[in-house]
Design a protein around this ligand. Structure first.
Ligand code: ZN
Length: 477
């Protein structure tokens, strides 16, 4: 990984007694307030000396004359913090939407998201190309970590998934993921069997690959975590494991799996809701924390979808940046919601509220919570960029402090990938991806909406630059 190599090189030079004062930096930001989400503190009136993708020095602004740079930026009144990470996005919708997906990349940058974790779609070769092009600076967009295709059973619902059942098929699928440089394995649960699911985890861990995903309800979360699974997407699976009757409900789901009337995920939710056990939840969270397990709650999409029937999205300003082809895919969920009875919408709201209340408990127990929006084609009105802000705000509304909320969208994402030491705070030797906000996000989390400057992969974007970038992807009507 290029980034890590250059960071290591920088740190080694420092240790060898290399003087930063003799050096000319690419950028010096002065007069800035630095937000430290790990301590919840602000360091005022600081300067940041940066070379490319690495922070070289942090000092008192009074010392600015000592720092020679190609470019100086006055950060007066601004709050600097690490660039945001969206840990759950998708690029998808078929070949005809490749250009429309590519045009979403600036939306992330314009909203301060400097890294995304792509959780599987159907345009892998384009995504791996964009990953390389954003890393080299050829394309304006966030750093991309990608799973490549999802693994699922035969007859999977999402196009582009790799179907697997036998150990040999799993081995070949993992070979192909490693060949394309997948950053982690994403498993989906539309058709995968219990045995194949666990076999994927066993084989992936043997290869040293990170594994996350959905989870069939035939599997228990602790089975998967016990085999070394690294994370779980959404809250369904952790919620199921909080039921006092998890064993018997899982047994019934297995029994009915191949009948004409299998109990689907949604069919099991009322029984799980009625048997939620807070003492079991507490034990589970402690166990997951010991396993360094990561959970991506995706509260924003959950809320957007449950409110879809009662919300008028036709005036959403972000629609100006979403190509008609992607907007068409939004109708699928709208139709699905219309088919839902008022009673079942009411239950979903109750269930969602209980799920959201697990977030601060998991965080306090030490589970690695990461912010992910689930934006992408088919995920209606969950817009790249703004939806991650929405996610962080909902995580805070669920009970996290603003500082904790910011950690879910910065260092915690890097922790999942095993590169946490290069991210999370603005300190010498760490990655220079950062944003300047116009007010203090530790006082009011809504400050993350006011992104004034973005430094991504060594490239500086002022608000004017970001607006100009947005203009290039605005849809002409
Ligand atoms: Zn997703």
């Amino acid at each position: 990984m290029k980034l890590i190599f250059s960071l290591c090189l920088t740190v080694c030079l420092f240790h060898a007694g290399f003087s930063q004062h003799a050096q000319k930096f690419t950028l010096v930001i002065s007069n800035v307030n630095i937000v430290d989400a790990t301590t919840g503190k602000i360091a005022r009136n600081r300067l940041l000396a940066i070379s490319g993708d690495t922070i070289q020095a942090v000092d008192d602004t009074k010392m600015v004359a000592k720092y020679k740079a190609d470019r100086y930026l006055d950060g007066q009144g601004k709050y600097a913090m690490p660039g945001l990470w969206d840990m759950h996005v998708h690029f998808r919708g078929g070949d005809s939407l490749i250009a429309a997906n590519k045009a979403l990349l600036p939306l992330f940058l314009a909203n301060g998201i400097t890294t995304v974790r792509e959780c599987g779609g159907d345009m892998t070769s384009s995504v791996t190309q964009w990953r390389q092009q954003t890393a080299s600076g050829e394309l304006a967009g966030p750093r991309i970590f990608t799973s490549g295709p999802k693994l699922d059973g035969f007859g999977a619902v999402w196009a582009g998934s790799l179907p697997v059942e036998t150990p040999d098929q799993i081995s070949k699928a993992l070979d192909s993921l490693q060949k394309l440089g997948s950053d982690f394995v994403k498993i989906y649960d539309s058709k995968i069997s219990h045995d194949a699911y666990l076999e994927i985890i066993r084989q992936a861990k043997k290869r040293g690959m990170k594994v996350t995903g959905h989870m069939p309800f035939t599997v228990e979360l602790t089975e998967a975590a016990g085999l070394g699974m690294d994370g779980s997407e959404h809250l369904y699976y952790v919620f199921k494991a909080c039921s006092a009757k998890e064993d018997s409900i899982t047994a019934l789901i297995r029994l009915q799996e191949h009948t004409d009337h299998p109990i689907g995920l949604f069919g099991a939710l009322p029984a799980l809701y009625n048997t939620y056990d807070s003492a079991k939840a507490k034990r589970l969270f402690k166990y997951l924390a010991e396993k360094h397990f990561t959970i991506t709650p995706t509260l924003f999409i959950t809320k957007t979808l449950v409110e879809i029937k009662e919300t008028d999205h036709t005036k959403d300003s972000m629609l100006a940046y979403i190509a008609p082809g992607i907007q068409e895919t939004y109708q699928g969920r709208v139709r699905g919601a219309r088919r839902q009875s008022a009673e079942s919408t009411q239950f979903t709201k109750k269930y969602d509220a209980l799920c959201a209340s697990l977030v601060p408990q998991m965080f306090a127990a030490g589970v690695n919570i990461v912010a992910g929006s689930d934006c992408g084609a088919s995920n209606s009105f969950v817009y790249p960029g703004t939806s991650l802000h929405g996610e962080v705000k909902l995580l805070v509304a669920s009970g996290l402090t603003p500082a904790e909320g910011l950690r879910t969208a910065t260092v915690n994402g890097a922790k999942f990938l095993g590169i946490g030491k290069f991210y999370g705070t603005l300190q010498p030797g760490k990655c220079s991806d950062l944003i300047l906000l116009t007010s203090n996000p530790l006082e009011d989390i809504n400050a993350i909406d006011q992104v004034n400057v973005v430094l991504a992969n060594g490239k500086l974007y002022t608000r004017d630059d970001l607006n100009a970038l947005l203009a290039t992807v605005k849809i002409q009507h």
